[in-house]
Design a protein around this ligand. Structure first.
Ligand SMILES: [Fe+2]
Length: 307
């Protein structure tokens, strides 16, 4: 039938133990072999050694063998090598070299989380009680991997691999700089950004609501104010609330909630986003290091300069 989501992302970093400790703090559950699990979708992050930080692997879910056969044929037309195995297609994104696996997997069904109750003019949905969003006793635990953002030295080649090759759909474009691509009903699962070097810009993790975006980020910053990158804000592309933090390898990690969902492709019109719209709808001004991370020059020379 079609692609239906991301299964996992593998990030390569020079400092595996330190980075692994960060993602445990972030709320992902550590499992053996440096795998980390989300609350709803199991193992979705793997951390392994690489001399400079990068996206090593992305696993994408498909419904059936016909999907894999179609993808194999499209990749062949693009001149991209692929190996079709039992229930899996393995290939590599040509510009960044990231390994990509498309696997037959069941569709993720998430339990319904009751809507958070907010008061508004003429609408007292919560009476005689404080807002529950900040008095939740549990720590924030991401429900699923939402998207991975990859900086590519040839964003057109990378975008074509995902769209013409794998069958991702374009949700919005950042004029001349990249595109928001989806392989599920979420507005984006992969964002390709043109960059002077191939690197992993950020991974993004779904939480219940805006209170959990704030609660999760504040907990991460409590003893580590240096982790703060950008937030709280709301993106235009995808409409999601966001707060970005930085792991010890220099990758950003995002808590998000309330992402646009595209159920009927005919009802969604991709836009070419220019200027600030490509970045956000509201929030504090983005730091210059958001688009040009501080270690970009170091990565271009093959060195590593965390923080
Ligand atoms: Fe994001």
């Amino acid at each position: 039938m079609s692609l239906h989501g991301l299964l996992s992302v593998t990030m390569g970093v020079p400092n595996v133990a330190e980075t692994a400790a960060y993602y445990a703090d972030f709320g992902l559950a550590p499992e053996e072999d440096n795998w980390f699990a989300t609350a709803d979708a199991g193992r979705q992050l793997r951390i392994e050694y690489a001399p400079t930080r990068r996206m090593v692997e992305l696993r994408v879910a498909a419904d059936d063998a016909d999907d894999l056969a179609r993808i194999a044929a499209r990749l062949e037309r693009l001149g991209v090598a692929a190996h079709l195995g039992e229930g899996t297609l393995q290939t590599a994104e040509p510009a960044t070299g990231a390994r990509v696996l498309v696997e037959i997997a069941p569709r993720l069904v998430q339990d319904t989380v009751p809507a958070s109750v907010y008061n508004g003019p003429g609408r007292l949905e919560r009476q005689d009680a404080r807002a529950p969003g900040f008095t939740r006793p549990d720590r924030v635990r991401p429900r699923k991997l939402g998207h991975a953002v990859v900086g590519s030295t040839d964003h057109e080649v990378t975008q074509s691999f995902f769209t013409d090759g794998l069958g991702f759909k374009v949700s919005d474009r950042i004029k001349g700089a990249g595109a928001f691509l989806r392989c599920s009903t979420d507005h984006h699962n992969v964002l390709v950004l043109g960059a002077p070097v191939n690197f992993l810009h950020h991974t993004s993790w779904q939480v219940d609501d805006v209170d959990d975006v704030g609660r999760g980020a504040c907990a991460m910053l409590e003893d580590h104010p240096e982790r703060h990158v950008w937030g709280l804000g709301r993106h235009f592309a995808g409409s999601n609330f966001f707060w970005y933090l930085k792991d010890p390898a220099g990758n950003f990690s995002e808590y998000y909630s309330d992402m646009d969902c595209i159920i009927d492709d005919q009802l969604w019109t991709p836009e070419d986003l220019e200027g600030a719209r490509g970045l956000f709808a509201w929030g504090p001004p983005p730091p210059s290091s958001f688009l040009r991370p501080d270690d970009l020059a170091a990565m271009m020379t093959g060195a590593h300069a965390p923080r």
